[in-house]
Design a protein around this ligand. Structure first.
Ligand code: ADP
Ligand code: MG
Length: 280
């Protein structure tokens, strides 16, 4: 900006930002104008920086609200994730999921892999991106979600609870396969997933391959019907690698590697290979 704004205009801008309820932009206005005056910023850059400050504040507020209502257990973001540690993950696939088109298309995402490889981290990171974009998100482990459905059923409020859990644009179902679940629990979960099918996206994580979900849910037929719906519109991220939790204990990796080889051998022997049904 060659000619700096007149003092009256400079007085009006903060009033306009306050009137528009843009405290993030207001806060940054003076330093931005100083950089314009000293020719460090062009007019275009100044407008972009000002609006960017407001968007950052709005996204942080959305995130704080989402942290209260969504039950997300931690803040984990894509920028905290070290892709070099987990070369089996295609970075472009994860980055493209963060553009959130899958939520608009009501597609699902499944993170599969052994403990500690970042399934929960990546699931939460997607929920955080979705929350920052203003979408409603909800997080639960499979055990938590089933508990809440069983409690609702006991109190004759199952329909309301199913409605509440069907509502969010993104539901995270974490830790499928860690804890055994009852048959009733599995049926309730199946009902929930049937309601969400083609209605809203779900991100699921599991340490068990799909062939083992029959054992997890205690019913092969129900598991097959669930997987069928889930995979109809689905992105699968199959993580093969070492646990990040024990990254400083390399002597454990050898053991993890040999377990991984065995599980790969088992997977090859089975017919349903998750990576082959990935849509993207
Ligand atoms: P999983 O759900 O697969 O068992 P988590 O997502 O809980 O694993 O990861 C375990 C811990 O390690 C978490 O604190 C997570 O933030 C961290 N972590 C895992 N993988 C990575 C990575 N590639 N880069 C940075 N942190 C990671
Ligand atoms: Mg986890």
């Amino acid at each position: 900006m060659k000619k700096s704004a007149s003092p009256t205009r400079r007085d009006r801008i903060p009033c306009m930002l306050a009137d528009l309820k843009m405290p993030g932009a207001l806060e940054e206005l003076d330093p931005i104008l100083q950089r314009v005056d000293s020719a460090q910023l062009t007019a275009g850059e100044a407008i972009e920086t000002l609006l960017g400050a407001q968007i950052t504040l709005r996204n942080n507020r959305r995130l704080q609200a989402a942290m209260r209502s969504s039950r997300l257990p931690a803040v984990k973001t894509l920028s905290d994730f070290d892709f070099t540690f987990q070369p089996s993950i295609r970075r472009e696939q994860i980055e493209s999921l963060h553009e959130l088109g899958f939520i608009d298309r009501k597609e699902n995402v499944v993170f599969l892999g052994p403990p500690g490889v970042g399934k929960t981290h990546l699931a939460i990171a997607l929920a955080i991106s979705a929350a920052q974009s203003g979408r409603r998100v909800y997080y639960g482990t499979l055990a938590d979600l089933i508990n809440s459905l069983e409690e609702a059923q006991a109190a004759s409020r199952l329909q309301q609870r199913l409605k509440v859990l069907t509502h969010p644009s993104l539901l995270i179902v974490d830790e499928i396969g860690y804890l055994p679940i009852s048959r009733t629990g599995a049926m309730l979960f199946f009902q929930l997933m049937s309601r969400r099918y083609e209605h809203a996206s779900t991100v699921l994580t599991s340490n068990k391959s799909f062939e083992e979900w029959g054992d997890v849910l205690g019913d092969e037929v129900m598991a097959a019907a669930l997987i069928d719906r889930l995979l109809h519109h689905c992105h699968i991220v199959n993580i093969r690698g070492n646990s990040y939790r024990v990254r400083n204990h390399s002597h454990l990796w050898k053991q993890a590697d040999s377990e991984e080889d065995e599980s790969n051998r088992r997977r090859r022997r089975r017919s349903l290979r998750p990576q082959e049904v990935a849509m993207d």
